[in-house]
Design a protein. Structure first.
Length: 311
C-alpha cells in the first residue's frame, strides 16, 4: 500500500439499451461521479462530505452505497481495522435513470481495490457493487454496475451463477437528455407486466440477439433495427412527457435508435457522428422548453474503460 489516497471517476450508464431489460447496458464518458478516498489511522469507514446531491444522500456509512460497498470489501479481505475517509462528488442527477447509485458503488470498490494493490479482479469486485445497488434501490441487478465497472457494452448472461459478458464497443456517440420530471425507479419497475405474450417474447428475443450480433459485426443498420422494445417501453414511456414526439424527431434526424435510459426519465439516442448527436440534443432540449420542461443534456462517446484514476 504505497499510496495513501486516490481520486477516481466512475461513469454513468445506460441500462437495458431498449430491448435488453435487466441484461444489457453500456457506459458513457459523461456524466459520472468523482470520489476522493484516503487511508487513515483511525479504524472505520467515514464519509467526510458529499457534494452535488442537494443533501439527499445519507452520510451514515452503513446506509450510503459508496461506503457500504467499501465496508463489505474490507470485511471480505479481513481488513476491517483499516481507516478510510471518503469525499464523494456527484456530477450527475439522482433518480435520473443514469445509474447514479451504480456510479457511486463502482467508484468505492474501484478506489479501495486500487489503494490495496488490486487484490481483486473486476469480476470479483462485481458482486460487491451489486450489494450497493441493492441497498440503493432494493434490487441488486447488474445492468448498471457491470458496464460502469467494465466499461463498454455488457450482457448479463445469468445471475445464478453470475455471468457477465463484455461485448464489442462500436465507435458511437450517445446523446442523453434528462428532463426535469420525477420517475422513481421503484414506481417504474412496479408498472411493468409480470407476464408477457409469447409472440412479444419472440420479438424481444430476436431484437436482443440482433443487437448483440450487430455489435460484433459493427453493423449499424442492424443495430438500429434491433433497438426496439415491445414489452417495457410501451408502459414506461407513458411516464415520460413527450416521449413519442422526441423519439420521432431523433429517428428522423440521424439517430440509429432511441429509448429510455434505465427506468427513466432520461432518454438516450445513438449516432454514428457527433454533429447529428449535437443537433438532435439541442433540438430536443428546445422542444421540451417550449412545453415548459427544463432538461440537462450530455453528449459523449461510449465509454470503453469504466472507472479511471484521476491525476
Amino acid at each position: 500500500m504505497s499510496k495513501r489516497s486516490i481520486r477516481v471517476f466512475s461513469p454513468a450508464t445506460v441500462a437495458n439499451v431498449v430491448c435488453g431489460f435487466d441484461i444489457l447496458g453500456f457506459a458513457v464518458n459523461e456524466p459520472g461521479d468523482e470520489l476522493y478516498m484516503e487511508l487513515c489511522d483511525e479504524p472505520g469507514v467515514v464519509i467526510a462530505s458529499i457534494e452535488g446531491d442537494e443533501g439527499k444522500l445519507p452520510l451514515d456509512p452503513d446506509k450510503n452505497t459508496v461506503s457500504a460497498c467499501v465496508k463489505s470489501i474490507l470485511r471480505h479481505l479481513g481488513k476491517e481495522d483499516l481507516g478510510v475517509k471518503l469525499k464523494l462528488t456527484k456530477k450527475m442527477p439522482l433518480g435520473s435513470g443514469l445509474g447514479s447509485s451504480s456510479a457511486s458503488a463502482v467508484a468505492g470498490i474501484f478506489a479501495i481495490n486500487e489503494l490495496l494493490g488490486r487484490p481483486l479482479t473486476k469480476h470479483e469486485l462485481l458482486p460487491f457493487a451489486m450489494e450497493g445497488e441493492a441497498l440503493a434501490c432494493g434490487h441488486g441487478h447488474a445492468d448498471n454496475v457491470a458496464p460502469a465497472l467494465f466499461g463498454g457494452f455488457t450482457l448479463i448472461k445469468s445471475y445464478e451463477p453470475l455471468e457477465v459478458i463484455q461485448l464489442p464497443v462500436p465507435d458511437l456517440y450517445c446523446a442523453l437528455l434528462y428532463p426535469h420530471v420525477d420517475v422513481p425507479t421503484r414506481d417504474a419497475r412496479q408498472i411493468i407486466r409480470s407476464k408477457v405474450a409469447l409472440k412479444d417474447a419472440v420479438v424481444q428475443w430476436g431484437n436482443i440477439a440482433g443487437l448483440v450480433s450487430a455489435l460484433y459485426q459493427h453493423d449499424y443498420d442492424l443495430l438500429g433495427r434491433s433497438m426496439k422494445d415491445v414489452i417495457v417501453e410501451p408502459v414506461r414511456s407513458i411516464l415520460i412527457p413527450e416521449f413519442d414526439s422526441m423519439k420521432q424527431q431523433a429517428l428522423a434526424n440521424g439517430a440509429l435508435g432511441f429509448g429510455i435510459s434505465g427506468s427513466g426519465p432520461t432518454v438516450f439516442s445513438l449516432y454514428r457522428n457527433k454533429e447529428d448527436a449535437e443537433k438532435v440534443l439541442n433540438q430536443l432540449k428546445a422542444f421540451l422548453k417550449e412545453k415548459g420542461i427544463e432538461s440537462n443534456i450530455y453528449l459523449s462517446k461510449v465509454n470503453s474503460e469504466g472507472p479511471v484514476v484521476l491525476e
